[in-house]
Design a protein around this ligand. Structure first.
Ligand SMILES: [Zn+2]
Ligand SMILES: [Zn+2]
Length: 342
């Protein structure tokens, strides 16, 4: 048996003793060493999730040590330190055939949840595509960033940065801070972060944003106009998932620029954009979701290179039984990511 956090109803977790997952021939079992809280976990905690019937196990960003392997697993043996994401494409559906594995039809259905547990089972199709042995230099906390970083690496593939001088990241949460770092790394001259919570604004400064705008106390749209001589930003990356911020993002991009709509809004959400500006301003609005195996490999490479400063994104650590308190703190805006150490 093992301990596992389950969401019973929205807003209520329960630490339960459940059987350790059984392994198929190609699966492996990971002893979770670190699981990170992510935006999706928080959203699910707050309002449930249409695709995950309750009660549901939770947690999808993790790293750990291989505890056991099925007879047909190659490449891993018990004791290996492992970094993995919680999904993998089927490689056979309509979207996979078109190289858009991030939209794979079985992706969501076959996702592995339950990283907020002592053990998690990684099915063969993930082991083969999206799991990596960790080098000695990599810590479990860093390795657990593989999943959110893969999402961000994928989002970056939608941006043509050749003529970009000013990029604005809207939202100073963990995802926004990862985008900001990758934009800097890709050579963007000025990366501006718009955020609200003091702890997040401080983290934005620590990771090296060129300009940090407190959108709680100043008019963010006016600030961006001023910084860009009235033109607007070349690129805007929306990382809040709030419809009013989606709309505002379309107002702070310059003509000919691109808005990457990364933060997912609730199903059924409608937004309004200025059709005149979109057309005559030749604005690109681009959605981004999830990642392909190529993005996961690239993200893992960035972790191996230690290309990013991840420390400012981690604002706490807790034990499995303290998870609910951690969620409550995060919902109050008092932190970024919490490392859950079972
Ligand atoms: Zn597929
Ligand atoms: Zn995530």
């Amino acid at each position: 048996m093992m301990w596992s956090q389950r969401l019973i109803v929205p807003g209520q977790l329960r630490l339960e003793e459940v059987p350790v997952p059984e392994l198929g021939r190609e699966d492996l079992l990971v002893r979770v060493r670190v699981a990170l809280t992510g935006g999706t976990d928080l959203k699910t905690y707050r309002r449930g999730h249409p695709l995950f019937p309750l009660p549901t196990p939770m947690g999808h960003e993790f790293a750990g040590v291989v505890e056991a392997v099925g007879p047909d697993v190659s490449g891993f043996v018990p004791g290996d330190r492992i970094a993995a994401v919680h999904s993998g494409p089927c490689n056979a559906c309509f979207y996979c055939e078109r190289g858009q594995e991030n939209l794979c039809e079985s992706l969501v259905r076959t996702m592995v949840l339950g990283a907020f547990s002592e053990f998690v089972r990684i099915p063969g199709f993930i082991v083969r595509q999206n799991a990596f042995p960790m080098p000695d230099s990599m810590g479990f906390e860093e390795a657990a960033f593989l999943e959110p970083l893969s999402c961000v690496v994928h989002g970056m593939t939608h941006l043509d940065l050749r003529s970009v001088r000013t990029a604005v990241v809207v939202g100073a949460g963990p995802i926004g801070l990862l985008y900001a770092q990758l934009l800097k790394r890709e050579g963007v001259e000025r990366v501006v972060i718009l955020g609200r919570r003091p702890v997040r604004l401080a983290a934005a400064r620590r990771i090296g944003a060129d300009v940090v705008v407190d959108a709680g106390s100043t008019d963010g749209e006016a600030a961006i106009k001023e910084l860009t001589g009235g033109h607007g930003a070349d690129v805007v990356v929306e990382c809040t998932g709030r419809p009013e911020v989606w709309e505002a993002s379309s107002r702070i991009v310059r003509n000919g620029g691109t808005v990457l709509l990364y933060g997912g809004c609730k199903a059924g959400t409608q937004v309004n954009f200025d059709a005149y500006k979109l057309h005559y301003g030749a604005i690109t609005l681009k959605g981004a979701f999830h990642y392909r195996p190529a993005d996961v490999r690239r993200a893992f490479g960035l972790l191996v290179e230690r290309a990013l400063d991840l420390r400012p994104l981690l604002t706490g650590e807790c034990r499995l039984r303290e998870l609910e308190g951690a969620f409550q703190d995060l919902m109050l805006g008092e932190g970024l990511k919490i490392a859950v150490v079972p």
